[in-house]
Design a protein around this ligand. Structure first.
Ligand SMILES: [Zn+2]
Length: 300
């Protein structure tokens, strides 16, 4: 199951008996208004998950005391459809909408109490929200067909303290969240705490992996640098041997040069420790630089 599917499953596990009446209505409103269609011609809630469809079906019956929906099935979608002027008028009147209204707007009167707003967002997420698997990407979005409706919705999301952005994609208005913290906030707000924990744990694992990778890259770069430096030193030592013989070097330089020649992989610290009279890292570097200088002169 996709991460979106998991979140929605969690959201549908809530027992209706434990919800406030006002919150049930707010969730129902979010699901219908932000669903596939909320027009005076038809009201359609569409989802790819059977459990979401069942949940909304029950929620609606609970709110209205009767069932106006017709269940439909097309390809991979489960649809709940309301047609017929009388039934639609009932729903419109119930939520304080006027079928003459030109632009579909959000009627905040349907979630007047503080307790209700999260449920409106939850209903909206079940209707038009998706969230990407955090292993791939941090992205949560609501795809909304109408400009004014999406502007109202954006305001509600940001009023809830969540940082979101908007974009128009293929004629649809998208309200989206791109960072893990605000995604966590939204999921927690709408009641998907289990999914939030999963997202957080994925994030921690990812951060750890990145940290380890950075450390490994850093060490590899260091090793590569010292190996390259060692090779340059060996070239210089070989040149000195060939041109003027190793014995032309002062004794303490000679010992270091021969040690380096035999141990191309040794770090400066290790070289210093292996000398008959141990020498610091910087002392070794100083002598090796001198050897390089001598070889440099020989090249001219
Ligand atoms: Zn409420």
């Amino acid at each position: 199951m996709s991460f979106s599917g998991e979140v929605k499953k969690e959201l549908c596990e809530y027992a209706l008996e434990e919800m406030n009446e006002c919150c049930k209505l707010a969730e129902c409103y979010g699901a219908l208004l932000m669903g596939k269609s909320f027009s005076s011609r038809e009201i359609v809630f569409s989802t790819e998950y059977d459990y979401v469809s069942e949940h909304i079906f029950k929620l609606f019956e609970d709110c209205f005391g009767e069932q106006l929906f017709e269940k439909q099935r097309s390809k991979s979608k489960y649809k709940l459809v309301i047609t017929g002027a009388d039934k639609i008028k009932k729903v419109y009147d119930f939520f304080g909408h006027d079928k003459k209204q030109l632009n579909l707007r959000i009627n905040r009167g349907n979630f007047a109490d503080d307790c209700c707003l999260p449920y409106f967002l939850k209903g909206a997420f079940l209707a038009c929200g998706t969230v990407t698997d955090p292993n791939k990407n941090y992205h949560l979005e609501f795809v909304i067909p109408f400009m004014k409706l999406s502007q109202d919705f954006y305001k509600i999301v940001t009023d809830a303290g969540i940082i979101a952005k908007t974009v128009v994609r293929k004629g649809s208005n998208v309200v989206y969240i791109k960072d893990s913290e605000n995604i966590e906030d939204l999921l927690t707000t709408i009641g998907a705490s289990r999914s939030t924990l999963e997202l957080m744990s994925v994030k921690i694992q990812k951060d750890m992996r990145n940290k380890v990778n950075r450390q490994v890259n850093f060490e590899c770069a260091n090793i590569e640098r010292s190996v390259k430096a060692g090779l340059v030193q060996i070239e210089a030592i070989k040149l000195i041997i060939k041109r003027q013989g190793i014995d032309t070097l002062p004794e303490e330089y000679k010992e270091l040069a021969l040690l380096r020649l035999d141990n191309p992989e040794m770090s400066l610290k290790q070289l210093g420790e292996s000398l008959s009279v141990p020498l610091s890292r910087s002392g070794v570097k100083h002598r090796l630089d001198k050897i390089l200088e001598i070889a440099e002169k020989l090249k001219k």
